[in-house]
Design a binder for this molecule. Structure first.
Ligand code: ARG
Length: 461
C-alpha cells in the first residue's frame, strides 16, 4: 500500500494537510478494495447513462469504459497500486482512471457522490454473495437428500432434553436439517428483494441537478427499480442488516447441526463416522480424531451473530442522511458473508461422506424405553383412556428398569399383569420398526414417508 501518491481529496478547501495518522485512521481502502469489481461495474453504467443524457460525449464515455476496463485488469492481476492517500476504493479507481485517460476521467463523478456510489457497490456485492451462498446451500441440501434417502430405514433414537424419547429414522432427522436450510434460502431470496434496489442517482443526499435517467443505470445494472427517496437511499443499511440476520440464522442452524455431529462422533454416542479428511489429530494424544470442521463452524456462528449486533448498533440513532459511521458497515458485512460461505462450503463437502453406524444407532434406540408411547397408544386403541394407559405403561417401564430390560423384552405374562387389554400383538408395536412405520402421516418418520419427503424436496431444490 503506497501512501505517497496524489493530493488530498478536496484539497482546495483545506489549508492544512491531513494528520498522517488520521489519514490512515479514516481510510477504508484496506477493506473496501474488495468491492472494486462492483465499483467499476457501477461506474461503467453511470458513464453510459451520462453519455445518453448528453453530459458525456461518445469519445469521453468510450475512454472511460476502456480506462475502467484497464483499471479492472490491473486490480485483478494484482498490479494496482492502492493508496491510503486516496482513502477508499472509489477514489483509488477514479484517480487511476484519470491518470490513464486524462480529463475524461475527471468527468466520471458528474452527478453522483461516493455516498450513492458506495451504497450501490455494497448492494451489487451482496447480490453476488447471495448467489454464491445459495449455491452452497443447495449443494449441502442435495447432500442431505442423498444421505436421507440412503437412511430412510435407519433407526435411531429421537431425543428430547437429550434423553432418548422415541425412535425415529436417521433419514427423517436429516430431513429436519434440510427444512432449516430451505427456510434459509427463502430468507435470502426475500432479503434480495430489498437488496436489489438501486441507490445510484441519490448523489450525496439530495439527488442531482443533472437530468439523469435512473432507469438507464437501473436497467444496465440489473436492479429491480431505482430507490424512491434520495435521503433514504444513501443512509439505508437495513439490507445489510437483513442479510447478516439471514446469515446469522444459517450459522445458528449450522451450529446446531455441528453440535449433533460432534456428539454423534464421540465414543459415547458413536452414531456416525466423519471421514479423516474432515478431522485432525491431537499434537499430544496419538489416539485422537477430532471433529474439527463441525467444531469450528459451531464456533464461527458466534462471530456472525456478533456482526449482526455490530451493524444494528452502527445504525442505531444515526441521523439522516449519510454519516461516516457507515464506513464501518463493511468489515462486519464482508466477514459475515465470508464466514457463512466458507462454513457452508465445508459442510457441503463433508456431508456426502458422513456414514451412519446403523447398529449403534439401533442399539441406542432400544435403550431408554423409546416405544413406551407406542404401548400407551396401543392400549388406547384397545379401549383404555390415554391417562390410564400412561399409568399402566409407567408400571411396565418400572419393571423394565428394575430388571434392566426393554419393554419388548418383557414376557406377555409380565405385561398382562398391568392390563388385561394387552395381547400377543403388543410385540408388533413394541418393536422399533413397528413404531417408526406407524408414523406415516405428513411430516412423520416412517421410512416410506421419508422417501416421499425426499422426492418432494428434490423438486423444491
Ligand atoms: N469510504 C466511504 C464509505 O465506506 C465512502 C463514502 C464516503 N463519503 C463521504 N462523504 N465521506 O462509506
Amino acid at each position: 500500500m503506497s501512501t505517497d501518491s496524489n493530493d488530498k481529496l478536496s484539497s482546495a478547501r483545506f489549508s492544512q494537510a491531513t494528520d498522517a495518522f488520521v489519514e490512515i485512521f479514516t481510510a477504508s481502502v484496506d477493506f473496501d478494495q474488495r468491492m472494486a469489481r462492483h465499483d467499476i461495474q457501477g461506474s461503467k453504467a453511470h458513464a453510459a447513462m451520462l453519455c445518453e443524457i448528453g453530459v458525456l460525449s461518445e469519445e469521453e464515455k468510450n475512454a472511460i469504459l476502456t480506462g475502467l476496463e484497464q483499471v479492472g485488469e490491473e486490480i485483478a492481476t494484482g498490479q494496482f497500486n492502492w493508496s491510503v492517500k486516496q482513502e477508499d476504493v472509489h477514489m483509488n479507481i477514479e484517480a487511476r482512471l484519470t491518470e490513464l485517460i486524462g480529463i475524461a476521467g475527471k468527468k466520471l463523478h458528474t452527478g453522483r457522490s461516493r455516498n450513492d456510489q458506495v451504497a450501490t457497490d455494497i448492494r451489487l456485492y451482496l447480490r453476488d454473495e447471495i448467489a454464491a451462498i445459495e449455491s452452497e446451500l443447495q449443494r449441502l441440501q442435495n447432500g442431505l437428500l442423498d444421505l436421507a434417502e440412503q437412511n430412510a430405514d435407519t433407526i435411531m433414537p429421537g431425543f428430547t432434553h437429550l434423553q432418548v424419547a422415541q425412535p425415529v429414522t436417521f433419514g427423517h432427522h436429516l430431513m429436519a436439517w434440510f427444512e432449516m436450510l430451505q427456510r434459509d434460502r427463502e430468507r435470502l431470496q426475500d432479503a434480495l428483494k430489498r437488496i436489489n434496489i438501486m441507490p445510484l442517482g441519490a448523489a450525496a443526499l439530495a439527488g442531482t441537478s443533472y437530468p439523469i435517467n435512473r432507469n438507464i443505470t437501473c436497467e444496465i445494472l440489473g436492479f429491480d427499480r431505482p430507490s424512491s427517496n434520495s435521503l433514504d437511499s444513501v443512509s439505508d443499511r437495513d439490507f445489510a442488516i437483513e442479510f447478516t440476520s439471514a446469515a446469522s440464522l444459517i450459522m445458528m442452524h449450522l451450529s446446531r447441526f455441528s453440535e449433533e455431529l460432534v456428539l454423534w462422533a464421540s465414543a459415547q454416542f458413536d452414531f456416525i463416522d466423519i471421514p479423516d479428511a474432515f478431522c485432525t489429530g491431537s499434537s499430544i494424544m496419538p489416539q485422537k480424531k477430532n471433529p474439527d470442521v463441525p467444531e469450528l463452524v459451531r464456533g464461527k456462528s458466534g462471530r456472525v451473530t456478533g456482526h449482526l449486533m455490530s451493524l444494528l448498533m452502527l445504525m442505531k440513532s444515526q441521523p439522516l442522511a449519510y454519516n461516516k459511521d457507515n464506513q464501518e458497515d463493511k468489515e462486519p458485512l464482508f466477514d459475515a458473508a465470508d464466514t457463512v460461505l466458507n462454513s457452508l462450503r465445508a459442510f457441503a463437502d463433508m456431508v456426502p461422506h458422513l456414514s451412519a453406524k446403523k447398529d449403534n444407532m439401533y442399539k441406542a434406540a432400544k435403550q431408554g424405553f423409546s416405544t413406551a408411547t407406542d404401548l400407551a397408544d396401543y392400549l388406547v386403541r384397545k379401549g383404555a383412556a390415554f391417562r390410564d394407559a400412561h399409568e399402566i405403561v409407567g408400571l411396565a417401564v418400572k419393571l423394565g428398569l428394575d430388571s434392566k430390560r426393554d419393554l419388548a423384552d418383557l414376557s406377555l405374562t409380565e405385561l398382562q399383569q398391568f392390563s388385561d387389554l394387552i395381547d400377543r400383538d403388543v410385540f408388533q408395536v413394541l418393536t422399533l420398526e413397528g413404531s417408526v412405520a406407524s408414523r406415516k402421516h405428513i411430516g412423520g418418520t416412517a421410512p416410506d414417508t421419508v422417501r416421499a419427503a425426499v422426492a418432494i424436496a428434490r423438486k423444491a431444490v
